[in-house]
Design a protein around this ligand. Structure first.
Ligand SMILES: [Zn+2]
Length: 293
């Protein structure tokens, strides 16, 4: 028991959000360097010792991508319901209420209008801290609405994905969001407006299997885990050792599943460039861009 307490004390103190600072110092989750919290935030949550990209709060992500003062929120009006009366270790309704209170938003996504280096976009950012960024009815609905409104307002759509997949507590209603978001993106494509998807750590499950990998251009952040089923599940199923870096962004780039791995500090400029090029071409034509454009 004493040993267990000792291990518990050694855990890094790590806040998940700016709203809940967990001390002045944080440990890099990759190289374990002690980092001054303010420095880490100023460096866009990238470790200056090893370059590891820590997960980023939604507000910081929007501030990083949107031109100053340009973001106008669209999401927030739709609230999730517990249609199944789902109970696991605690009732879904209670779990939701607690996380809504902490996050200050009804569900795991924020959408809105913004400009990225002057390009008019609809920006959608998933919140991994909100029930693992899981996709329930509200996340699907907000994405569909953002895609439709982007179409009406002639905006490109930029999606920053971070998700553990479908929200189990909403059962089949959650899985239906895969189809809903896909159809909404088709509508955007029919208007020949660009859709750029940014996969961050982690992007998994039904989110990977639907809107996150449907971008005209798909970027990923360095070392992001991107998969349908996770490496542990696959390893236990096939009972074989997996190659190094399996299902990480760089691995998927080599396999042709994504278009580029973009360090966070370059992401805004790269998004603006690619949207500008697709707009200039007048088409969101998949494969029209050379790699690294
Ligand atoms: Zn580090």
């Amino acid at each position: 028991m004493a040993l267990e307490r000792w291990f518990r004390r050694q855990r890094p103190t790590r806040g998940d959000d700016d709203a809940t600072p967990a001390g002045l110092w944080v440990k890099c989750s990759a190289c374990h360097a002690q980092l001054y919290r303010k420095d880490l935030v100023a460096h866009l949550y990238v470790c200056k010792e090893c370059g590891h990209h820590e997960r980023m709060p939604v507000a910081a992500r929007i501030a990083m991508l949107a031109d100053e003062g340009s973001f106008e929120p669209w999401s927030g009006a739709v609230r999730p319901v517990d249609a199944l009366g789902f109970v696991d270790v605690e009732p879904y309704a209670e779990r939701l209420a607690a996380v809504q209170h902490k996050a200050g938003r009804p569900d795991a996504i924020v959408t809105g209008a913004a400009r990225i280096e002057g390009e008019r976009v609809a920006l959608a950012v998933m919140d991994f801290q909100f029930l693992g960024g899981s996709m329930g009815s509200v996340v699907g609905e907000e994405i569909a609405r953002a895609a439709e409104r982007a179409g009406e307002e002639e905006r490109a759509l930029v999606m920053v994905a971070a998700s553990g997949g479908a929200r189990m507590q909403e059962g089949a209603l959650s899985l239906m969001q895969m189809a809903k978001t896909t159809v909404a993106l088709e509508h955007l494509a029919s208007r020949r407006l660009p859709y750029v998807s940014v996969l961050t750590d982690p992007t998994t499950g039904g989110v990977t299997a639907s809107f996150a990998t449907l971008g005209d251009v798909i970027f990923a952040e360095p070392d992001a885990l991107i998969c349908f089923a996770g490496p542990r599940v696959i390893q236990q199923t096939i009972k074989q050792d997996l190659p190094a870096g399996f299902q990480r962004a760089e691995f998927l780039l080599r396999k042709g599943m994504i278009d580029d791995v973009v360090p966070r500090g370059e992401l805004k400029r790269r998004l603006a460039t690619v949207i500008g090029l697709l707009r200039a071409g007048g088409a969101a034509a998949p494969g029209a861009l050379p790699a690294g454009a």
